[in-house]
Design a protein around this ligand. Structure first.
Ligand SMILES: Nc1nc2c([nH]c(=O)n2[C@H]2C[C@H](O)[C@@H](COP(=O)(O)OP(=O)(O)OP(=O)(O)O)O2)c(=O)[nH]1
Length: 119
C-alpha cells in the first residue's frame, strides 16, 4: 500500500489548508507520498520543505487511514512550524484557517474525517 501523508500544520488556533493546482483540485492538507524506506514522519517533514519551503516538527497523528484508490491510503500527521513561513511553491493558494471555519472549505473527500478531528 502506498501511504500518502497529509500534514495538519497548526499555529495559534489555525490550520494551514493548501489548494491543489493540479487534479484532484480542492483544498488539502499539504503532503505527499512516502518514499520506499522512509518513515512517514520524515516524509511529512520532507514534503513540507519541498512544497512550502518551511521546517516542521511532527507531534502526533490523527486517527484513521482513508483509502484513496489506486493502492494509496491517506494518513494525517499533526505538526507545528519550526522555522520559515509557508509559501505556495506547488499550490495555488494557502490559507491559515481558524479551526471553527474548517468545515466551510471544499476539502478533498479523503480529508473530511481528518479535518473533523481538528478543533
Ligand atoms: N498531499 C495530499 N494528498 C492528498 C490529500 N487528500 C487526498 O486525497 N490526496 C491525494 C491527492 C493525490 O492523488 C495523492 C497525493 O499525491 P501527490 O501528487 O500530492 O504526492 P507527491 O507530491 O508525493 O506526488 P508525485 O510528485 O509523485 O506526483 O493523494 C491530502 O490531504 N494531502
Amino acid at each position: 500500500m502506498q501511504v500518502v501523508v497529509g500534514v495538519a500544520l497548526c499555529r495559534a488556533g489555525r490550520v494551514l489548508a493548501a489548494h491543489r493546482a493540479r487534479p484532484p483540485v480542492g483544498w488539502e492538507l499539504p503532503g505527499g507520498k512516502v518514499e520506499a524506506g522512509e518513515e512517514p514522519a520524515d516524509a511529512a517533514v520532507r514534503e513540507l520543505r519541498e512544497e512550502l519551503g518551511c521546517e516542521v516538527e511532527v507531534t502526533g497523528w490523527l486517527e484513521g487511514a482513508v483509502a484513496l484508490g489506486q493502492g494509496m491510503e491517506l494518513r494525517v500527521a499533526l505538526a507545528h512550524l519550526v522555522s520559515g513561513e509557508p509559501r505556495p511553491l506547488e499550490h495555488d493558494a494557502l490559507w491559515w484557517v481558524p479551526t471553527d471555519l474548517l468545515g466551510r472549505l471544499d476539502w478533498l473527500p479523503a480529508d473530511v474525517s481528518f479535518v473533523a478531528q481538528l478543533g
